[in-house]
Unconditional design. Structure first.
Length: 301
């Protein structure tokens, strides 16, 4: 089954090289890969932080050029919980995999949440630090079986967005993205986000973002969709999504939120996470770039 899955993954190569021979293209991402030489191992879609991919759209030639273009990518998202640092971070470090951590600044150092030093350690090892507001209050009115909760007024919304970014940047973090608390937002919130940030993740999940991104609306940088990985999501289901984005193209954002078993609705088992990361980083090592371009790539048994 693993070999069959690997063969399917190879059919949807994330890096499309138009040239028939290996050369270093103008795009820095492509150049970085190809400069490693024809013996470099092929690993499938690149795992990029959300900020890294968004930066590619703001700087022409960063991820693609006339010779190569990015057709598929994966990003990993986590919350600001302490177990993300103690359980997820070591796993991703062992496979040299970056991720994005969404931080509620008012929770830094609180019981069960990461400390400032822990967040700095993530950033030191290529993790992206994103803003998730100051207080994690719903920005707009919400209705549930428990009643209606009022939203924030325009000045409060702006304070939640701007102050969380200011607090993080004063600690030396580069902050490009915002995630609305509970995934709740409206046009007013989006307009305020666009004033202070470069992108925003939406409440839409279980779908893949198209590449290149739409200019506005769903699948744009302001309403990025994601795949929600819950405690009962089997690793194989996530691997199937990776297979799908590899074959069809697009950008897959995987949200693991928290680690452990404290809350089944938002936590994910560390051992299951490692299976997914190991698949992306180790088990996809099937051929070299030279073999791939020459049509001689075969699964390694």
């Amino acid at each position: 089954m693993r070999v069959v899955k690997a063969v399917f993954l190879l059919l949807g190569v994330w890096l499309l090289c138009i040239s028939s021979s290996i050369s270093v293209p103008h795009g820095r991402w492509c150049g970085h890969v190809l400069a490693q030489g024809v013996d470099s191992a092929w690993y499938g879609p690149p795992v990029l932080t959300t900020d890294q991919l968004i930066a590619g759209f703001d700087e022409p030639g960063y991820h693609w050029s006339k010779d190569c273009r990015l057709v598929a990518a994966i990003s990993l998202h986590f919350g600001d919980y302490e177990k993300v640092f103690t359980e997820a971070f070591p796993i991703l470090q062992s496979y040299r995999t970056p991720a994005t951590a969404w931080i509620v600044t008012g929770r830094i150092g609180q019981p069960g949440y990461m400390t400032l030093d822990q967040i700095k350690e993530l950033a030191k090892h290529t993790w992206e630090i994103g803003s998730h507001s100051v207080t994690h209050r719903p920005l707009i009115e919400t209705k549930s079986t428990y009643g209606t909760a009022p939203g924030l007024n325009p000045s409060e919304i702006r304070a939640e967005l701007e102050n969380s970014k200011i607090i993080l940047e004063r600690q030396g973090f580069s902050v490009s993205g915002f995630l609305s608390p509970f995934g709740l937002y409206d046009d007013l919130v989006l307009s305020e986000i666009q004033r202070a940030y470069k992108y925003h993740r939406s409440h839409v999940f279980s779908v893949i973002n198209s590449l290149p991104l739409a200019d506005h609306g769903p699948h744009s940088r302001w309403e990025l969709a994601y795949f929600q990985v819950k405690q009962d999501t089997p690793p194989l289901d996530v691997i199937i999504e990776i297979d799908r984005v590899n074959r069809r193209g697009g950008w897959l954002i995987l949200d693991f939120h928290d680690m452990g078993d404290d809350d089944p609705s938002i936590s994910y088992p560390p051992e299951a996470l490692e299976k997914i990361i190991r698949f992306m980083r180790a088990e996809l090592k099937l051929c070299t770039l030279g073999e791939l371009q020459q049509g001689r790539c075969q699964p390694r048994r």
